[in-house]
Design a protein around this ligand. Structure first.
Ligand SMILES: [Zn+2]
Length: 361
C-alpha cells in the first residue's frame, strides 16, 4: 500500500492533482455542481464529468485558520460565504482568477487535522469524496445542491424497453445473440516474463490474468464463447497468440495489459486502448475505453490510439490492446492491487466487448 500524499511539497502547501483529459474552456460555467460536508466529516463533491480537480491544504497563519481548498475549472457566478459549525469556521466559494472556481473550507483554530492521511477518492466519473475530520461533537451537515445526483444519460434509445430503476446501467451487461460469437482474450506476458512491475512489486502478469479470467466468465454467461491465449503463468511468445486467434477464427481479439512509465514516475497514470487498423478495431477500442474509464474516475483518459503492437497488427480479426492503468502510477497502482477494482475493470471490458458485438456482430 502506498501513501497517497507522500509528496514533500505537502508539508508546506499543496498536494494532490487529478488530471483528466478534458479541460473546460475558460468561459464555461463552473464544473462544481454540488458539495456537502456530511455529518461524518466527509466532503463530497459532484462535478461535471472528466473534470480537472486540484486540491490544496495550508496550515493556519496569523490571518486565518487551517484551510483546505479545491479548484475547479469554469467560472463561478456568485461568490459567497457560508457559515460553518463544529470544526468548520466557514466555507467560501470564489473565483481566484478568471475562469476558475475555488471552494475553500476554513477550519476553527482548535481543530486537529491530519492532512497527511487525506485522500481524494473518485467514486464515479463526476463524484469525489474526501474524509476531512472525525467529528468529536454533533456536526450539522453543510452543503449546496445534491451530491448524489446520478449523471443522466441523454442518449435514450427509443426502441429499448424501459428499464427498471433497480437495473443499474453501470453494471448491467448488454445481451447479444447466444452461441454466435467467439472472442479471444489475451492476458499479456506470463511465466518468466512478468511484464511491468509496479509500486510494491505488483506484477502485470498477475493483474491481467485475473482480469482476463473474469472477463471470460462474464462473457460466457452471456452466451459468448471465449478462449484465453494463456490460463496460467506460462511463457507464451507473441506469434502463437496471434496464430491461436487466427486459427480459431475468432470474431475479435482483445489483449489486456497494464502500463509502466519510464523512470517509474508516480505522477503518470491513465488508461488507453490501441487498435491497428479498420473502423471495427477502432470501434471496439472506443467501446472498451469508454467503459474502463467509467470505473476509473480520476485517472486520465489517454485515449484510443493506433498502435503497431505485434498482436494487434498480425491478427486477422478486429483486435485491440487495452492498457488498464499504470502499475507505477500513484492513482492506478493503488486500485489495481485490489480485486474489487480488477472486477470492475473486467466488467467494463466485457461490457465494451458486448456493446461492440451487439452493434457490429
Ligand atoms: Zn504489457
Amino acid at each position: 500500500m502506498i501513501r497517497f500524499l507522500d509528496n514533500k511539497l505537502f508539508r508546506y502547501f499543496s498536494v494532490f492533482l487529478f488530471l483528466n483529459s478534458v479541460i473546460l474552456p475558460v468561459k464555461s460555467s463552473s464544473a462544481l455542481a454540488a458539495w456537502a460536508i456530511k455529518t461524518n466529516g466527509v466532503l463530497e463533491l459532484r462535478t461535471k464529468s472528466n473534470t480537472n480537480l486540484k486540491a490544496y491544504f495550508q496550515k493556519a497563519n496569523q490571518k486565518s485558520g487551517d484551510r483546505f481548498w479545491v479548484d475547479f475549472p469554469g467560472e463561478l457566478k456568485n461568490p459567497r460565504t457560508i457559515k460553518g459549525n463544529g470544526p468548520i469556521k466557514e466555507i467560501r466559494l470564489g473565483k481566484p482568477n478568471k475562469g476558475k472556481t475555488r471552494l475553500v473550507i476554513e477550519f476553527n483554530e482548535e481543530t486537529y487535522l491530519k492532512p497527511l492521511t487525506w485522500r481524494i477518492v473518485g467514486i464515479d466519473q463526476n463524484r469525489w469524496r474526501i474524509k476531512l475530520f472525525n467529528p468529536k461533537n454533533r456536526f450539522k451537515m453543510i452543503g449546496e445542491g445534491i451530491v448524489e445526483k446520478k449523471k443522466r444519460n441523454f442518449k435514450v434509445n427509443q426502441n429499448s424497453i424501459p428499464k427498471k430503476k433497480s437495473d443499474y446501467g453501470y453494471f448491467k451487461l448488454p445481451d447479444v445473440k447466444q452461441n454466435k460469437f467467439l472472442v479471444v482474450i489475451d492476458p499479456g506476458h506470463g511465466g518468466p516474463d512478468p511484464g511491468a512491475i509496479g509500486i510494491g512489486g505488483i506484477r502485470e502478469t498477475d493483474v491481467v490474468l485475473e482480469i482476463s479470467k473474469i472477463v471470460k466468465n462474464l462473457l460466457s454467461g452471456k452466451g459468448v464463447k471465449v478462449r484465453l491465449t494463456r490460463k496460467n503463468e506460462v511463457d507464451l511468445d507473441l506469434p502463437p497468440r496471434v496464430s491461436f486467434a487466427n486459427n480459431t477464427d475468432a470474431d475479435i481479439f482483445v489483449s489486456i495489459h497494464a502500463n509502466a512509465s519510464r523512470g517509474k514516475r508516480r505522477d503518470i497514470n491513465g488508461l488507453e486502448t490501441f487498435y491497428y487498423r479498420g473502423w471495427r478495431g477502432r470501434l471496439l477500442a472506443k467501446k472498451i475505453q469508454k467503459q474502463i474509464l467509467r470505473v476509473s474516475p480520476g485517472s486520465p483518459d489517454r485515449g484510443v490510439k493506433q498502435g503497431r503492437f505485434y498482436v494487434i497488427k498480425n491478427t486477422r480479426m478486429p483486435a485491440v490492446l487495452v492498457e488498464i492503468g499504470f502499475l507505477t502510477g500513484r492513482i492506478d497502482a493503488r486500485r489495481l492491487e485490489k480485486t474489487t477494482h480488477r472486477k470492475r475493470l473486467a466488467y467494463a471490458i466485457a461490457k465494451g466487448i458486448l456493446e461492440y458485438l451487439d452493434k457490429v456482430g
